[in-house]
Design a protein around this ligand. Sequence first.
Ligand SMILES: Nc1ncnc2c1ncn2[C@@H]1O[C@H](COP(=O)(O)OP(=O)(O)OP(=O)(O)O)[C@@H](O)[C@H]1O
Ligand SMILES: [Mg+2]
Length: 849
Amino acid sequence: MMQQYLTIKELHKDAILFFRLGDFYEMFFDDAVLASRELEIVLTARDNGDKKVPMCGVPYHSASNYIAKLISRGYKVAICEQMEDPKTVKGIVQREVTQIITPGTVLDDSMLHDNSNNYLAAIFESQDVIGFAYSDISTGEFWVTEFCGNDALNELTSEIFRLRPAECLITPGPMDNKWYEKAFENLPNIFTKVKSAVFDIDSAAELLKNQLGLEADQELELSSSEIIAAGLIITFLNETRQNHLRHIKTINHYHTANYVEMDASTRRNLELTSSIRDGRRDGSLISVLDFCNTAMGKRKLKRWLEQPLMNIEAINQRLDAVEEIKTHLILKDQLQKALVKVYDMERLAGKIGSGIASPRDLIALKLSIQACSKLKEISAQASSELLKNISKIDLLQEAVDLIDAAVDDDPPLGIKEGGIIKKGYSAAIDELKKLSQEGSQWLIDFENREKQRTGIKYLKVSFNKVFGYYIEVSKSNLHLVPLDYHRKQTLVNTERYINEELKNYEGQILGAREKLFAMEYDEFIKIREELASYIDRIQALADKISDLDVIYSLSEAAYVNNYVRPCISRDKNLEIKAGRHPVVEKHLLTSRFVPNDIRMDNDIRFAIITGPNMGGKSTFMRQTALLILMAQMGSFIPADHAEIGMVDKIFTRVGAADDLAAGQSTFMVEMVEVANILNNATRNSLIILDEIGRGTSTYDGLSIAKAVSEFIVQKIKAKTLFATHYHELTELADELPSLTNLSVSVLDSGDNVVFLKKVLPGKADKSYGIHVAEMAGLPAPVITRAQAILEGLEKEKAPGKSQHILQQQLFDDIDPVTEEINSLDIDSLSPKDALLYIYKWKEIINTKK
Ligand SMILES: Nc1ncnc2c1ncn2[C@@H]1O[C@H](COP(=O)(O)OP(=O)(O)OP(=O)(O)O)[C@@H](O)[C@H]1O
Ligand SMILES: [Mg+2]
């Protein structure tokens, strides 16, 4: 057996081999050492000739939890099963690897998240184009695109960051693969290098056509790099033995240019799906918009949010639907009540397609489709295009009828122990069921007969899995036991027997049960197979229903949060009246959010925003980006009124993020991002710059900031918001007519400063940084000293002359005792405390000497 193990292991060196031995999966050698550490299970040893081999194991029925753990830590698991029944084989049972589970190919519910897709991606690089494909095998969606030109790598990177695939296949391409490591440091462990088996276009095309069920002479209408990238995915699925993926039936071609482009750092900065601070969903835009009732709705909402549209008709269609539901409260309520009854049909279709659906999954599918019929009815009353379309959904009557007729309404989870098939569906199954029910009556009769015959009062006929049927007699009655009883088992107070009649019965009934289970199993598999022919229709239905759920969610968000419908246009104008930050407004506990306006058009396209720290500059700029993004995804927005000229790309350069691991300094990272913006932004883009240039010396920083601003205003002409503490930059407004100054206002009454968070035209002259530092709790002497330095600097005006001030001795040597005396509230001291202080001071003074 060890030899068999080694032969199989040799073929799966890069995976942990789960080797089936009876009721356990065993691991040996290094796999055992690794698994015992990762899974915290006991490491034992197995005799192998004269040596001992490290070994550990997990029970097969609870293996999926252990596998999930290993997969989540980036390992692959190869499952090796017994291909024969050990009872019927002499010698070594034949074993084979039936499945290799990797992060991108998991299908088990316990390893998937409801709210997000689990993508397997593939990148194929050729000389000048990059083919890119991805699929979620739990739902069957399959997408492909390509990138070319100078910006190809950037576009690929932002797609990867949008999708965050669980696994990404890469090939040894003409480009040095090192850039992967560099570009994707934050996503370690996702890359799997594949061998170069299918890189020719013909075999890739054949594989793909096979999977999609196309004839050999049908065109794929994809480019060759796209076909190869998609082919890589199919090959990988075949290699990992995911052969029966009948739900991967269509491949969708897409262009990233059809959606608003955002690079990785912009997605992160805008906190679309997770917050920067702790990476959690709470505090992100999606958390305030998500009122979805279904898991597939939640996943689709994420997709809409990460791919805002650039097609005005499509955006307005969504907005029309959101508006209709938002204003018709009864409609909204009815939709919600029906939507919550819909299960994850996408993944149910996936389970049917990959042959792992349980009887309960089929019932869930039936209930979901029935709920959809209600949704169809409701949306038929609607007048907006998108909702009217939903009333045309196909309700798969045949599939529902089949499940309804065949599958018991409350079936077990497993498929091997009967209880699945409904009465009346199969005469043969009903007959066997009757037999086993009659059997129970027979047992009752038998028990009564035996009681009478033997005169034993305590006599019971029962069954257990190990001993089968038996007659149980209490010890006090043993003298009455007849001769035809044969002892089977002795317990403390009872003896268990069998006799000829019961043995015969056992043979019959167990045979019947086994037969019944086998028949129910076979019938169930047939039903499941038959349902597989409806997969594309189930997927189409799921797609429409998830759209509906997202529309519902956006309507509810608009209703609850008081959003308005934005007016979308193709011109360059931007006008938001009383806009609010959708996330910050939800998280303010003690104060109210102060709404702000913004206006930009052909003449004014660039705003420099100055004003105090904590004044609300960053919030205002992000809010502007978020509102545009929400509008283009088809959502209402937090404002009183908004005209939004569509943008093609959004760029943000916000805050300083150190990237020390990559060997890049704060300033370097910042400049790389700014370079990316200047090279890729267009006239139709939105650029948010938050304090660029501050990571270097004042003069360098100011010069860069100024040059960047000039370049954007004169060359790129993108809509830009630039927050800065370089007040010198405000002078640019005198030179450049399309540049304007905004500032966040402050109420400064000398001693007291109040940040009003109101953005107004004009420039600010002070930063109030020291005031904020004081609020933050910097020690009083530091604040006093900072104030003195600031006054000195302001007198000298030019920043360059500040050197000698800064190099003065920074702090008078403040005596800690004096300090403490000053800060003491003497009136509130008890005499004893006062005495203790004096002792302490004396000690300090003595040690100083
Ligand atoms: N319009 C607003 N209404 C109410 N509170 C706001 C508003 N804008 C911002 N805030 C609150 O003020 C805090 C500081 O805002 P923000 O970070 O935007 O200031 P800032 O001007 O960018 O400061 P700095 O110059 O230090 O970067 C925010 O965390 C938020 O809680
Ligand atoms: Mg800021």
